[in-house]
Design a protein around this ligand. Structure first.
Ligand code: AMP
Length: 192
């Protein structure tokens, strides 16, 4: 494991705990000798996690679509910044550069990026661990809903259970590095 891709809010959220945990996650990545791959922005939780890694001497690789490369958004101090054509190219590049994925609290962008990686795992396009930083129960209701999707026969059995849900950044990073990621077989099932 060399690099973890972090998806997170381009907003800071309503409570200070979100920024605090984003910072702790950055520190945990550096402690484990891991590079950060992320969306390349300096705003919201994205900026917090990047700043925390850089402040500890870690490596941060940003991947930003051309259209977002303005002075207000691009982080000026990254170790590497890849400018790509659009959002699809960005997601593919981030996935290529990372060995695992973490979702911090965020909105539509965070959910879109993370669920695309879950889908690629489900289809067998990649087999890379995915974790959620469950700051003050932020992801509890999503996981409740995901359990419903499995119970109702719409997702590959075992995949929801394999997703790593942890409240503490250090523990989450350790689990992504050390827990085995299951082989889940083919999907969809060939039934009627
Ligand atoms: P959101 O959760 O909706 O704030 O979206 C954040 C996620 O989507 C990040 O992981 C980014 O990769 C991407 N994203 C959305 N908005 C921006 C933005 N203004 N600048 C850079 N990346 C963004």
């Amino acid at each position: 494991m060399k690099a973890i891709c972090v998806y997170c809010g381009s907003s800071p959220g309503m409570k200070p705990c979100y920024a605090e945990k984003a910072k702790q996650l950055g520190e945990a990545l550096v402690e484990q000798g891991l590079s950060l791959v992320y969306g390349g922005s300096r705003i919201g939780l994205m900026g917090q996690v990047a700043d925390a890694v850089l402040a500890r001497g870690g490596r941060v690789i940003g991947v930003l679509p051309e259209a977002l490369k303005t002075n207000e958004v691009a982080h000026p101090g990254l170790s590497e910044l890849h400018i790509v054509k659009g959002m699809h190219a960005r997601k593919a590049k981030m996935a290529d550069l990372a060995d695992a994925f973490i979702a911090l609290p965020g909105g539509f962008g965070t959910l879109d990026e993370t669920m695309e990686m879950v889908t690629w795992n489900q289809l067998g396009f990649q087999a890379k661990p995915i974790g959620f930083l469950n700051v003050e129960g932020f992801y509890d209701r999503l996981f409740h809903f995901l359990a419903t999707t499995e119970e109702e026969g719409f997702v590959k059995p075992g995949l929801v259970e394999a997703l790593v849900l942890e409240a503490e950044p250090k523990k989450l990073v350790e689990r992504l590095c050390n827990d085995p990621w299951p082989e889940l077989g083919v999907w969809p099932r060939a039934n009627k």
